[in-house]
Design a protein. Structure first.
Length: 98
């Protein structure tokens, strides 16, 4: 029986698959930190409204189903987090035109 690590290591040995895999991020430690910070806020709806982030989009971000790096950047700025995503560190941001 194969274990997940063996399957993953085998797949990642193919450079094409590895490239595809790395671009398919869904949620990173920065995003989970922001979510944790926001969960402690009493005015989440107001924050989202101020930042023009629909609650549905935030729910997708929180569940890890879809990350929009532009929204993460706005959340970082609002919460005073000094390390927003940058091209080269965020696969989804690097796809966007500058």
């Amino acid at each position: 029986m194969l274990f997940f690590k063996q399957i993953k290591d085998g797949k990642l040995s193919d450079p094409c698959f590895e490239s595809f895999y790395k671009k398919e991020c869904h949620i990173c430690s920065l995003t989970t930190t922001l979510i944790s910070m926001l969960d402690r806020k009493n005015d989440l709806s107001e924050i989202l409204s101020t930042l023009k982030i629909p609650e549905k989009d935030y729910a997708l971000l929180k569940s890890g189903d879809r990350c929009d790096p532009e929204q993460v950047i706005r959340l970082c700025r609002h919460l005073g987090v000094d390390t927003p995503p940058r091209p080269g560190t965020c696969p989804r941001l690097s796809k966007k035109p500058s």
